[in-house]
Design a protein around this ligand. Structure first.
Ligand code: PLP
Length: 451
């Protein structure tokens, strides 16, 4: 019998998160206050975040303790298994070894509860009663609803209208865990009303839903805002993924040459890769880390490295990051979780410094990879995750060509059980490659304020 699953015991779980800010060759540039354009300090962030998370956001400490209460909830699905994809390897005829870290086993179906639980915990500690957030495809809204439910917090989710209509069961899941879910744009916030006045039929965007959620939190003393990706503290919480992988690789006496993840705001990629980049920086390990994004939203591969806002209404601090421009309206591809205009400032800086690589793929090839995976390993991936699978398959085929027995690790960021409409479309031949035009990117970036 083949040993397919490398399982850690609860006792062997990491007790600390890894903060890559302690080891970066060049520090990331500070966020800027959106009005003054001066570096944002803790006071700029305190209306919407608890001080403990603001400290993590700015911390230079290498290791940060995971609170006992958070570890307790993690054990509902963590440590997550590391799988060896023997059947996929065989189907590809590659000499490479392919491993994947299974983050789809969380109750919400993705890696996102790793940070949702931590954020709900720190907000509860700070006496906050209610969290507001946005969700695109519904993965983050589900994760935060789950976490708020565990800690007895109210949860309000602004869900991008197009997803609200396309993915009613994600909404049902959030409501099951007790959240209030609204289709964004709503008439509950100024930014929502402004958009509706301009375009009553607006189907929304992630950047707009963020504006609504931030406005909600800033206007109520009992409410904080919670973000599922992009920010440093989110990357930090997700490192539990890569730290577990390091232990699991020790158990099978192996170590990856490639670490691959799909890239939306960067959190699952950061989560799996940062602990390996630690080894790369500190021990000179020869590892190639690849972030994979859609050609329809090519933030790293075609965006500009510059200061930009995180949202449409310009409420958020300006972040130094790869961006397609905050008014970017993404084409309606199925990987909703990868349609954000920006990229984590930490991932961006590492990309700028050549510590990570990026590739972009079209939807058709991505869904083909998803089907190959479902038909070999049996598990149906989220369309976002399928980007990482496509990246891993491509690298494995390059190894076949070069007759190289390399070790590939990718992050299986979530399952696709709520994405069956997308699979229906693919099977009906209705999924086409969409490439975002360079002129549009140039136009959007040229219109950004210079700071
Ligand atoms: C949200 C999501 C992503 C993209 O977000 P990142 O912050 O880049 O990780 C990827 N995969 C799944 C399953 C998601 O839910």
């Amino acid at each position: 019998m083949k040993e397919r699953k490398i399982i850690l015991s609860e006792k062997e779980m990491p007790r600390k998160w890894y903060n890559i800010q302690a080891d970066m060759p060049n520090p990331m540039q500070p966020p800027l206050n959106p009005a003054t354009k001066k570096p944002a300090g803790p006071d700029d962030l305190s209306p919407i975040f608890p001080m403990s998370l603001i400290e993590q956001e700015m911390s230079q400490e290498r290791w940060i303790d995971i609170p006992e209460e958070v570890l307790d909830i993690y054990t509902l699905w963590r440590p997550s298994p590391l799988h060896r994809a023997y059947s996929l390897e065989k189907a590809l005829g590659t000499p490479a070894k392919i491993y994947y870290k299974q983050e789809g086993v969380s109750p919400a179906g993705s890696h996102k509860p790793n940070t949702a639980v931590a954020q709900a915990y720190y907000n509860k500690q700070a006496g906050v009663k209610r969290l507001s957030t946005e969700t695109g495809a519904g993965q983050w809204g589900s994760a935060l609803s789950l976490a708020c439910n565990f800690f007895g917090l109210e949860c309000t989710v602004y869900m991008v209208k197009v997803s609200y209509q396309q993915k009613p069961y994600r909404r049902s899941l959030m409501e099951t865990w007790g959240a209030n879910v609204f289709a964004s744009p709503t008439d509950l916030t100024q930014s929502g009303r402004d958009m509706l006045a301009k375009n009553p039929d607006s189907m929304g965007s992630l950047g707009l839903a963020i504006s609504e959620a931030v406005e909600d939190a800033a206007g109520r003393p009992d409410t904080n805002y919670s973000l599922g990706s992009v920010l440093n503290h989110v990357m930090l919480h997700q490192t539990v993924i890569g730290l577990e992988c390091l232990e699991q690789f020790k158990m099978v006496n192996d170590y990856p040459d490639y670490v691959i993840g799909c890239c939306g705001g960067g959190s699952n990629f950061a989560g799996i890769s940062f602990p390996f980049i630690h080894d790369k920086i500190r021990d000179d390990k020869n590892i190639t880390c690849i972030g994979v994004e859609p050609k329809a939203c090519p933030t790293l591969t075609k965006g500009a490295f510059t200061y930009d806002f995180g949202d449409v209404a310009k409420y958020t601090p300006m972040l130094m990051m790869y961006t397609l421009g905050h008014d970017f309206m993404p084409p309606g591809i199925h990987a909703g979780g990868l349609r954000y205009h920006g990229e984590s400032p930490l991932v961006s800086q590492l990309y700028k410094d050549g510590l990570i690589e990026a590739r972009a793929y079209g939807q058709e090839g991505v869904f083909e990879a998803a089907l190959t995976f479902a038909r070999t390993e049996g598990i149906l991936p989220a369309p976002e995750t399928a980007h990482a699978i496509k990246g891993a398959i491509d690298v494995a085929l390059e190894c076949k060509e070069a007759k190289e027995e390399k070790t590939i690790l990718f992050n299986f960021s979530g399952h696709g059980h709520f994405d069956l409409t997308a699979y229906d479309d693919y099977l009906a031949g209705k999924i086409k490659d969409i490439e975002y035009p360079q002129e549009e990117i140039d136009k959007s970036i040229a219109s950004l304020e210079k700071v």
